[in-house]
Write a protein that binds this ligand. Structure first.
Ligand SMILES: Cc1ncc(COP(=O)(O)O)c(C=O)c1O
Length: 377
């Protein structure tokens, strides 16, 4: 059996163990310590922002805290991009709030501003203004941020950016994760940099970061004994995990460049293939980290079906996956309101994510090329 080629696997830089060793040497084996503060400082510097970064146990925790800090409580409505991973939407339910799903547009595959505004108007007409908007930058592609921010501002609704997949992506030169009132980053095992599992929240002010960390560390009031006036969570990042993050920050720029090379690699492979479009930035305002390279197959023009390509790769032990299945089609979320047509449904039916790791070897790329060439022939 040939070795598995993964969609996206961890890629260590080399210095991660050095930071972990330092944590052991100084006995900072806790959810706080120099690696945590160092990793936060590295992220803040990388994002080139005045905002504050708090390291957490996951990106999901960051979205959950972003909702709490935006004042979302039980019964509130929260607008969420339908085309995403379930972790964008689950925290809405953790809060006892009600998701309202919005379709994507065809250019960035992210939230459609037209459907967003229609949804807000309709919810207001129904007597309830949404409390927050969760915008995702899928596969690293920045959303139509100017338009979404303008709508969020017009209706005075908090914007939470789910930038879990978009560390290193920029829109008009500004980093994804710095546009919303809050943003979530993820360092899960499959992300552009990983801490094995972990995330971060980006907050507008140091006061809101302080509150986020307070909630993430069991909401302990200021007292010698254990005193609690609010519900707390155990969401802080460990100092060991943050050590991996510090090592990964040293190679983040390299990973971005290698992921972008993978997208070029697929553009080359599919350049003369009818009915296949490789996902790419619409213009120079957008810079994607191309966390995952994806294609869309127009079966009316292509000589094959998306699913057959997936199976051909799978037979050779090469992982590829359909694009995210929209939330409004998921059994757990299908009872909630949805505004849109069938753009995200069409993307799910015809899109494919391809192996995109920054650690793919020349031989692995050669294998991918050969399997796709043989399939197309
Ligand atoms: C779009 C999106 N949102 C949220 C998450 C959740 O991040 P985490 O796994 O760190 O909780 C992920 C990845 O896992 C994701 O891809």
């Amino acid at each position: 059996m040939k070795s598995r080629i993964w969609l996206s696997s961890p890629h260590m830089g080399g210095n991660e163990l050095k930071y972990i060793q330092e944590a052991f040497d100084t006995n900072w084996i806790a959810p706080l310590g120099p690696n945590v503060t160092g990793f936060e400082a590295d992220l803040k510097q990388f994002l080139n922002t005045d905002k504050e970064v708090g390291a957490l146990s996951s990106g999901t925790a960051a979205i959950h805290l972003g909702l709490i800090l935006s004042g979302v409580v039980a019964g509130d409505e929260v607008i969420c991009q339908s085309m995403t991973f379930s972790a964008s939407a689950n925290p809405i339910l953790y809060q006892g709030a009600i998701p309202v799903f919005v379709d994507s547009e065809e250019v960035t595959w992210n939230m459609c501003p037209i459907h967003l505004e229609a949804a807000i108007k309709d919810r207001i007409a129904n007597g309830k203004k949404p409390k927050a908007i969760i915008l995702v930058h899928l596969y690293g592609m920045p959303a139509k941020i100017d338009q979404i921010v303008a709508i969020a501002n017009k209706y005075e609704i908090a914007l939470i950016e789910d930038a879990a997949e978009a560390l290193g992506s920029t829109y008009k030169g500004k980093n994804c994760g710095t546009f919303g009132s809050y943003a979530a980053l993820s360092f899960n095992g499959n992300k552009i940099i990983t801490t094995s599992g972990g995330g971060a929240i980006v907050c507008n002010t140091s006061a809101s970061k302080k509150k986020a960390i307070f909630l993430a560390t069991q909401a302990r009031d200021d007292a010698a004994h254990y005193q609690h006036s609010e519900i707390g969570y155990n969401y802080r990042m460990s100092n060991i995990v943050a050590g991996i993050g510090r090592g990964q920050m040293e190679v983040l720029d390299k990973h971005i460049s290698l992921r972008r090379d993978m997208q070029q690699f697929y553009k080359n492979i599919f350049k003369d293939v009818a009915g296949v479009t490789v996902f790419e930035e619409p213009n120079d305002d957008y810079f994607s980290n191309h966390w995952l390279s994806c294609i869309k197959v127009d079966e009316s023009k292509a000589s094959f079906k998306r699913e057959d390509l997936r199976l051909a790769l799978w037979e050779e032990n090469i992982e590829s996956r359909p694009l995210w299945k929209p939330m409004h089609l998921q059994p757990i979320f299908e009872k909630y309101a949805y505004y849109g047509t069938n753009i995200c449904e069409d993307l799910f039916n015809n899109g494919l994510c391809l192996p995109s790791g920054s650690n793919l070897t020349t031989q692995e790329k050669e294998r991918i090329t050969q399997v796709i060439a043989a399939f197309l022939a």
